[in-house]
Design a binder for this molecule. Structure first.
Ligand SMILES: *Cc1c(COP(=O)(O)O)cnc(C)c1O
Length: 482
């Protein structure tokens, strides 16, 4: 279905507002404004009425899938339902109308929120100090790698490598490279855990650190994490925790107790900010005591009951962002944490784990599980059986859209062939999970009885299959250039 652009709704003279007639002669206005600020040609804005605008954008909003519409089990993305109270607070004018360049005496409340969120994140992870500056998980990773570099430099060591398991998120090796290290891949065992023997083989004095996601991207808890930490620390390497998805650990395990020296968190995943459209996000990192002095500048300090920004940090890696990070995401995290409290957070993780295991158990007779280990907050299947019958994982994902559900993450992690990575999160009811399971089983049945409908899916969506390669290689979103 082709939708009109807002420009194509335009009719000369239509207006979205009713203003009183201007009682200042136009000549007078143009005389008042310096000529350099006056437009010479009219800007070509669409001219539409208020209902036309509202219907146009409301219409567009219903074309896309979103978590307020239905289930969104995108693995490694934690698409939980985001409570509306977060938005209500974040939209409050007292917050939206302040400017980061204001004197800190006038922004004490906001600085207090930064300060307290840092403290909460320290409590959750056991880290000693946090910075809220990074604006994405990958940005946090890069900040962490810069800190690893500075730590080794400060001891006069030039190390070369950072080890990364082959199950890692793609941003891990990218951040390591940009941070000036070479990434070395560590293999996984059959069960999907870090292969300790392979790790030992690749470990030497040139290793600056190890970047680990735990639970890993197969959803499995790295049960040898203490041994891994010990090995890495034995060559004075630092343990970096990719905690983008902390949904299985809240209130249950602190990353410091697993031996990590640095932890990043994705506030826009675990701590409930709507995401997926490219931002805004927030990827704070926390560090242990010995790395605190390297954190980006400025930090927030509390002195005599006043909050202040501290810029005088001689060992800091410096600035990594203008101002202090994405305040509105931090604010939503603050509201989210306050609403849940300590017990609430623990419930989040318990329910996230139960939901993922419920799906795994309900589908494992039909879809091949990728590891015999009990997963945490997400479960990964291989679509190999279905592929053998002619339906690739991509086809299954497309067919799910016909049933009004978002597809899981597919073809990731890379070490599982035809991977389907399902993360239901804690916010979904048993009824929703049952409906998803029923649809998955129905699709599996359709593969036997009506393969065509799977291969041609989706048919119930505004667009059927897109040419994804062309769409990303020849991206053209500019109306005026045509
Ligand atoms: C999402 C994710 C990241 C990257 O976070 P961004 O905010 O998208 O940069 C890194 N690691 C893991 C495991 C993730 O799930």
């Amino acid at each position: 279905m082709q939708r009109k652009l807002i420009f194509e709704h335009s009719k000369e003279g239509k207006m979205g507002t009713t203003l009183p007639k201007c009682d200042v002669p136009e000549q007078k206005i143009t005389n008042l404004i310096p000529k350099t600020f006056l437009r010479e040609i009219r800007n070509n804005l669409p001219q539409v009425s208020e209902p036309e605008i509202v219907r146009h954008y409301t219409g567009l909003s219903t074309l896309n899938h979103h978590v307020d519409k239905d289930f969104y089990p995108l693995g490694s993305c934690t698409m939980k339902y985001n409570p509306k109270i977060n938005e209500a607070v974040a939209g409050n004018g007292q917050f939206t109308e302040i400017h980061p360049a204001q004197l800190s005496e006038t922004t004490q409340g906001s600085l207090q929120i930064f300060y307290e969120v840092e403290k909460y994140l320290c409590e959750i992870t056991g880290m000693n100090a946090f910075t809220l500056h990074p604006t994405a998980g990958s940005h946090g990773e890069l900040t962490g790698v810069m800190i690893i570099r500075k730590y080794h430099k400060s001891k006069g060591n030039e190390k070369k490598y950072i080890l990364i398991p082959d199950s890692a998120h793609g941003t891990n090796p990218a951040s390591v490279m940009i941070g000036g290290y070479k990434a070395i891949k560590v293999n996984s065992t059959e069960d999907g855990l870090v292969d300790i023997d392979d790790l030992k083989l690749k470990l030497n004095d040139e290793v600056a650190g190890f970047m680990l996601t735990n639970p890993n991207t197969l959803g499995i808890f790295e049960e040898n994490v203490l041994e891994i930490s010990k090995l890495i620390h034995s060559v004075d390497g630092l343990m970096y925790m990719d905690g983008a998805n902390m949904n299985a650990l809240l209130g249950i395990v602190k990353t410091v107790n697993m031996g990590f020296d640095i932890t990043h968190l994705n506030l826009h995943k675990t701590f409930s900010t709507p995401h997926g459209g490219g931002g805004p996000g927030s990827g704070p990192i926390g560090v242990t005591e010995k790395l605190k002095k390297f954190l980006p500048t400025p930090t927030i300090i509390k002195k005599d009951d006043k909050y202040k920004l501290e810029y005088n940090l001689p060992d800091s890696i410096g600035r990594i962002h203008s101002y202090f990070g994405n305040f509105n995401v931090v604010l939503k995290t603050f509201v989210y944490l306050k609403m849940l409290g300590e017990n609430g957070l623990k419930e989040v993780s318990k329910n996230a784990i139960i939901n993922a295991n419920y799906i795994r158990k309900s589908l494992m007779n039909n879809f091949q599980i990728c590891s015999p280990k009990i997963p945490m907050h997400e479960c990964v299947f291989s679509g190999d059986i279905q592929k053998g019958k002619g339906a690739k994982t991509l086809d299954i994902a497309k067919r799910l859209l016909d049933y009004g559900m978002h597809a899981p993450t597919i073809y990731f992690p890379l070490i599982v062939s035809e991977a389907l990575m399902i993360e239901p999160t804690e916010t979904e009811s048993k009824e929703t999970l049952d409906r998803f399971i029923e649809i998955m089983l129905k699709i599996d049945e359709e593969i036997n009885t009506n393969l065509d409908i799977i291969k041609n899916a989706p048919q119930n969506t505004p667009n059927s299959r897109l040419d994804e390669a062309t769409a990303s290689r020849n991206l053209d979103v500019n109306y005026f250039m045509k």
